[in-house]
Design a protein around this ligand. Structure first.
Ligand SMILES: C[S@@+](CC[C@H](N)C(=O)[O-])C[C@H]1O[C@@H](n2cnc3c(N)ncnc32)[C@H](O)[C@@H]1O
Length: 252
C-alpha cells in the first residue's frame, strides 16, 4: 500500500505499438496522476493518446534531456511520464531516474512490451543475442561505423545482432529496413572486411506487436521489400540452432 502523501513520478511504458499496449497498472496510475507527459522521440507511436486521458503534454528531446521540469514537479504532484515500449529499454530514461534520485523525487516504473523481447517473433532465441546497436542517419562529417564493429564482434562470438534504426521524430523521419541495409553496405565498401554484404542473410522486422511484417532474405533482396510504416528493425543471425533455422525457413 502506498502512502498517498508521498508524491511520485510514474514512468509508464506505452508498449510496442498503440494505446492498447499500456498495462492495466499503467492505466490506473495514469488516471490518478495530476499531470501527464509523454515523449515520442525514442520511437514512433501509432495510437491515440486522447483515448488514454485528456491533457497529455508531449515533450521534445530537449525538454526531457535538458531541464526536465516534470521531474521537479513530481515533488508535490503525482506526475506520469509516458514512453514508447518499455521505460527501461532506452538510455534516456535511466538518466531520468538518476536525476529524480538526486532531487529526492520518488519514482515508480511501470513496465510494458518492448522490441527487446518482441524480436523473439523472428524465432531466434533471445539468450543468443549479443550487443544491440543502432544504425543512424549519416550526416555531413558524421558517418559512425559502430554498427559494423558490433556486428563483427557478435558474429565472431556466434551471436545474433539486433540493429535498431534511427528515429528523427521532429523531422518525421524513421529509418526503414532498406535504408539501414544501404548504410551497412556503404560501411562494408569502406571497410572491406566481409562482415555485411549483399549476400548476408538477415531479417527485417516491422511493427512488432501491431500487425507485424517479418522477412528473412539476402540483404540485397530485403532492401527492396516494402515493409510498410515504421518502426522497422534488422536482425543479423549468428550461429543458428536447427530449430531457429527451421523457423527462419517460414519467414523466407
Ligand atoms: C530507441 S528504440 C526504443 C525501444 C523502446 N523503448 C522499446 O522498449 O521497445 C527504438 C527503435 O527500436 C525498434 N523498434 C521499436 N519498436 C519496434 C517494433 N514494434 N517493431 C520493430 N522495431 C521496433 C526500431 O528500430 C526503433 O527505431
Amino acid at each position: 500500500m502506498r502512502n498517498s502523501e508521498i508524491k511520485m513520478l510514474y514512468i509508464i511504458g506505452l508498449g510496442l505499438y498503440d494505446e492498447k499496449d499500456i498495462s492495466v497498472r499503467g492505466m490506473e496510475a495514469l488516471k490518478n496522476c495530476q499531470k501527464a507527459y509523454a515523449e515520442f522521440y525514442t520511437n514512433a507511436f501509432h495510437g491515440k493518446l486522447e483515448n488514454l486521458r485528456g491533457e497529455i503534454k508531449i515533450l521534445s528531446r530537449e525538454d526531457v534531456e535538458g531541464k526536465a521540469a516534470f521531474i521537479k514537479e513530481a515533488k508535490n504532484k503525482d506526475v506520469a511520464f509516458l514512453v514508447p515500449g518499455d521505460p527501461m529499454a532506452a538510455t534516456t530514461h535511466v538518466d531520468i531516474l538518476l536525476r529524480a534520485k538526486k532531487l529526492g523525487v520518488e519514482t515508480r516504473i511501470i513496465h510494458s512490451s518492448s522490441v527487446f523481447s518482441a524480436i523473439g517473433e523472428t524465432g531466434l532465441q533471445i539468450y543468443k543475442f549479443g550487443k544491440t546497436t543502432s544504425v543512424v542517419f549519416p550526416e555531413k562529417n558524421y558517418f559512425p561505423q559502430t554498427p559494423y564493429d558490433v556486428l563483427k564482434e557478435n558474429l565472431n562470438a556466434g551471436l545474433h545482432t539486433l540493429l535498431l534504426l534511427d528515429v528523427k521524430a521532429d523531422e518525421e523521419r524513421y529509418m526503414s529496413v532498406g535504408d539501414g541495409i544501404g548504410i551497412l553496405l556503404e560501411i562494408e565498401k569502406k571497410r572491406k572486411e566481409n562482415v555485411f554484404t549483399e549476400e548476408t542473410m538477415c531479417i527485417g522486422a516491422a511493427r512488432l506487436g501491431g500487425g507485424s511484417a517479418i522477412k528473412y532474405a539476402r540483404a540485397k533482396d530485403l532492401a527492396d521489400f516494402d515493409f510498410g510504416p515504421p518502426p522497422h528493425a534488422i536482425v543479423v543471425p549468428g550461429k543458428l540452432h536447427f530449430v531457429e533455422e527451421e523457423f527462419l525457413d517460414y519467414l523466407k
